[in-house]
Ligand binder design. Structure first.
Ligand code: APR
Length: 264
């Protein structure tokens, strides 16, 4: 049977309308239309520049002053990624998820992105499993501050609460995901009977475990991606194309179904 995007959007709308607890798992692909390159695939940061060292966190803990000097220099340097993420604004994909959340259809979003764009778009029920680049976090007590409000009097700046090393909130390779974030992702995935997987290669764990957990518990997956992913064959609907185009169409279809059937 030939691929028919209208049929897939209709199927996806049915799944989400019938769901009791729908969540979303999103990745770099959802911010590509905001001008932020993905990590893998064509034009990916890692594709172009190679993956960063897998022991970034261990290096930080060995020499936090060097880490801070590098991090501040990079923020000033305005390299390709920093310029792109500094200039980025939410695109229709972020706005569609925020709308779906405020309609009550989407209960939670697990984001692998550090760009803060879901919050700028108006989403509120979001777990940023890889952290948020606009914040800093204490490696000891886990306290967080907006980067702009965190007073740096020395390098490395100690935590004002417990004295431990403070770092950017972005989770580095080799760094354990903060317990609160991973706990929230499991709790949401264990409740979900439907999951939208949008703009992620679903190739990095633990994030890639959550769609499998939803499936294991009898839930249904819907995918939005320009390319195949390891979950494509396990999805009830596959929206093959840009998230910024297809997520708004999906949200519109869900709303339209409500209007024709008199239910919100
Ligand atoms: N719309 C929808 N999907 C898109 C779009 C788009 N406009 N552009 C790209 N994609 C898809 C790609 O096909 C790919 O499947 O988005 C995905 C991006 O994959 P990755 O670059 O691997 O990003 P992600 O899945 O978020 O990576 C996970 O890996 O390196 C770490 O910490 C990093 O959070 C990141 C994690």
């Amino acid at each position: 049977m030939a691929y028919d995007i209208e049929r897939e959007i209709e199927r996806a709308a049915e799944v989400i309308k019938a769901s009791r607890y729908c969540i979303a798992l999103v990745g770099a692909g959802i911010s590509v239309e905001s001008g932020i390159p993905p990590f893998r695939g064509a034009g990916g940061l890692w594709t172009k520049h190679g993956e960063p060292p897998m022991d970034g966190y261990q290096r930080l803990m060995r020499d936090p002053a060097a880490y801070w000097q590098q991090m501040l220099a990079r923020r000033e340097s305005g390299d390709e990624f920093v310029r792109a993420i500094d200039a980025a604004q939410p695109n229709p994909a972020h706005l569609a998820l925020a709308e779906l959340e405020s309609s009550g259809r989407l209960k939670h979003t697990i984001s692998q992105n550090i760009d803060n764009l879901h919050f700028v778009a108006g989403s509120r029920s979001v777990t940023e499993i890889h952290g948020n680049r606009t914040k800093v976090r204490c490696t000891g007590c886990g306290a967080r501050w907006p980067f702009e409000e965190f007073v740096i009097t020395e390098l490395p700046p100690p935590c004002p609460l417990c004295g431990a090393v403070v770092k950017g909130d972005t989770v580095m390779f080799g760094e354990p995901i903060p317990e609160a974030a991973i706990g929230a992702c499991y709790a949401e995935s264990e409740q979900a009977d439907a999951m939208i997987i949008a703009g992620t290669s679903a190739s990095v764990i633990p994030a890639a475990w959550f769609p499998a957990l939803v499936l294991e518990r009898g839930g249904t997956l819907v995918e939005v991606n320009v390319e195949e992913t390891p979950f494509s064959d396990n999805c009830a609907a596959v929206l093959r194309g840009p998230a910024g185009e297809l997520l708004p169409r999906l949200v519109e279809r869900i709303a339209a179904r409500g209007r024709t059937r008199g239910s919100p």
